[in-house]
Write a new protein. Structure first.
Length: 132
């Protein structure tokens, strides 16, 4: 079971809140990249890219290793799995709610069809879902 009150989860969602960091993670899902390679598509400085990487590292989403003067980054997906497990709780909730809504709407359609069958020819039911 996922612990819902962990600083890890907060750090992951904070890191994911920025579109640049999400794009960096996406690039890292394709394999290891240098900070320079990660900075290039965003037209940002190495210092700017490094700040984003530090946030991702702090959340446990990225691991950096240095070879000479070059910094290489790799995706660490374990924390993403924790966040996904937390989100699954709400996915189950919304799936149940949407299933209930679907059943209500189907019943409403069945009731409307029964009402239409009982009307004299040439008349239509006055209420429909689109006019409510």
């Amino acid at each position: 079971m996922v612990e819902f009150q962990t600083p890890h989860l907060d750090a992951v969602f904070h890191a994911l809140s920025d579109p640049t960091r999400r794009a960096i993670l996406h690039r890292l899902s394709e394999g290891e990249h240098t900070i320079s390679e990660l900075a290039t598509p965003f037209n940002m400085s190495l210092a700017g890219a490094s700040k984003h990487i530090k946030v991702l590292e702090g959340a446990g989403l990225v691991r950096r290793h240095v070879q000479g003067r070059t910094h290489f980054c790799q995706l660490e997906a374990a924390r993403l799995a924790e966040a996904q497990q937390w989100l699954r709780t709400y996915e189950r909730f919304w799936t149940t709610r949407l299933d209930d809504l679907e059943e209500i709407l189907r019943e409403e359609d069945r009731a409307s069809a029964r009402a239409s069958e009982q009307l004299p020819p040439g008349q239509s039911a006055k209420k429909s879902r689109s006019t409510k």
